[in-house]
Design a protein around this ligand. Structure first.
Ligand SMILES: Nc1ncnc2c1ncn2[C@@H]1O[C@H](COP(=O)(O)OP(=O)(O)O)[C@@H](O)[C@H]1O
Ligand SMILES: [Mg+2]
Length: 401
């Protein structure tokens, strides 16, 4: 063995670093250069083709070794370190590894945070705008992704039928993490000036009044834009700029003042009939379609009604001990049947959890489900709907003759 060969064998860096991506094999070869204290590195792909052949010093090589390790290159026989990407693994295994590595290297937890579902949510500050905690509120496991998006400051849009729980999900996350909430409903008279702000005269002086959007952005509040599919196009246009990451609001009416978002500011929208809910558009008269470019600025979650089991649980949490488990299950089954009739279009009116809770509460006072259904259900719907709901109730509850 000649001197250079002996040197190469003793050098801890030389060798072939390979990666099997599952698509095409790739490798880096490190050998000693002819020049003292320098290394030759070559890069090759499938078929033995060499596309990089260069000489670097030790510092440069060390930086490259770290980079290659991150990219999943390893020498045969080398121990894989904990942070090394798995070799010869499929896409899902690589994804799992990426998630584990991210959570290991995650930033230290915010000083004050609260666990909601399985997500740590940083705590805001007390304010009269923090919604009240509903202790009967049930955080289903499927809400965890939505809560994680809130922490990551993603724009979240919840779509689903009336009363499915869109607004209350955001409000209950805010209630538990102590963030003030502003709501703006687009299915009414909300104008661009309500939303953005306007000039007014007060005590002889002209002054600017911020609308809900700049107020929430400046104060670090959570803004829920309800029924966004009913918003005027001019409001959607204003929103578009704010939806960008680090998006700012330009108050054109106020001499082009720029409003930057407070770090606690969050933006939410709810809608009934866009995206995956478009098939129900005819049930929500006047709802507008939203173009895909606008929808792509949001994480859009389809929220369904609670399952009968979950709804029975909510009834129990709200009304036990007066509410028994069999009663709760029967009532949840009635709500579920009414919703099925609604999606079949046999019923024109939706059946929210709120309506079910109200009916249950009233029947616990009156002792009479039929009488309680009057003000809680029948009086709110058409006579035809009332008749169908009555028959669904009678299918589940046997009344004395
Ligand atoms: N996960 C839940 N746990 C407990 N109650 C719920 C839950 N989801 C919805 N509700 C009840 O249903 C009612 C209607 O929900 P809401 O958020 O107003 O619906 P939406 O905004 O979709 O119309 C809420 O006031 C709440 O009482
Ligand atoms: Mg709502």
């Amino acid at each position: 063995m000649n001197a250079p060969e002996l040197q190469a064998q003793n050098d801890p860096h030389t060798g072939v670093y390979e990666r099997a991506t599952g698509l095409a094999d790739e490798w880096w070869r490190v050998s000693l250069s002819d020049r003292p204290h320098m290394y030759r590195i070559e890069h090759g792909g499938a078929g033995g083709r060499v596309d990089i052949d260069t000489v670097v010093d030790l510092d440069n090589l060390r930086a490259k070794l770290i980079k290659w390790q991150r990219e999943g290159f390893a020498r045969a026989g080398d121990e894989q370190s904990e942070t090394e990407a798995p070799r010869d693994s499929g896409f899902l295994a690589a994804l799992k590894h990426a998630i584990e590595t991210t959570s290991k290297s995650a930033k230290p937890r915010a000083e004050r945070s609260v666990t909601i579902g399985n997500v740590r949510v940083p705590v805001g500050r007390a304010s009269p705008l923090v919604p009240a905690v509903n202790s009967a509120y049930l955080f289903a496991e499927r809400f965890n992704d939505i809560i994680a998006d809130i922490v990551e400051n993603r724009r979240v849009m919840l779509i689903g039928h009336t009363g499915a729980g869109k607004t209350s999900l955001i409000e209950q996350v805010a209630a538990r993490s102590k963030h003030g909430v502003l709501r703006s409903n687009m299915n009414g008279q909300t104008t661009v000036s309500d939303f953005v702000g306007f000039w007014t005269v007060k005590g002889g002086e002209t002054m600017w009044v911020d609308g809900v959007l700049p107020t929430a952005m400046r104060e670090g509040l959570w803004l829920i834009i309800d029924e966004l599919d009913f918003a005027e196009p001019s409001i959607l246009a204003v929103l578009t700029a704010v939806l960008e990451p680090n998006g700012r609001l330009l108050l054109k009416e106020k001499g082009n003042e720029i409003v930057a978002a407070h770090p606690s500011f969050r933006l939410f929208a709810t809608a009934n009939a866009v995206g995956a809910m478009s098939q129900f558009r005819h049930l929500y008269q006047g709802a507008n379609l939203m173009n895909e470019a606008f929808l792509d600025r949001w994480r859009v979650y389809l929220l369904d009604y609670l399952s009968p089991d979950e709804e029975a649980e909510v009834l129990m949490r709200t009304l036990a001990p007066r509410m028994s488990r069999p009663m709760a299950e029967t009532l949840a089954a009635i709500a579920s049947d009414c919703r099925a009739a609604f999606t079949r279009e046999d019923l024109a009116s939706a059946f929210s959890t709120r309506r079910l809770l109200d009916w249950a509460e009233l029947m616990l006072r009156t002792g009479d489900p039929e009488r309680a259904a009057g003000p809680a259900i029948y009086a709110k719907v058409s006579p035809e709907d009332a008749a169908l709901i009555r028959s669904i109730i009678r299918h589940h509850i046997v009344f004395d003759a």
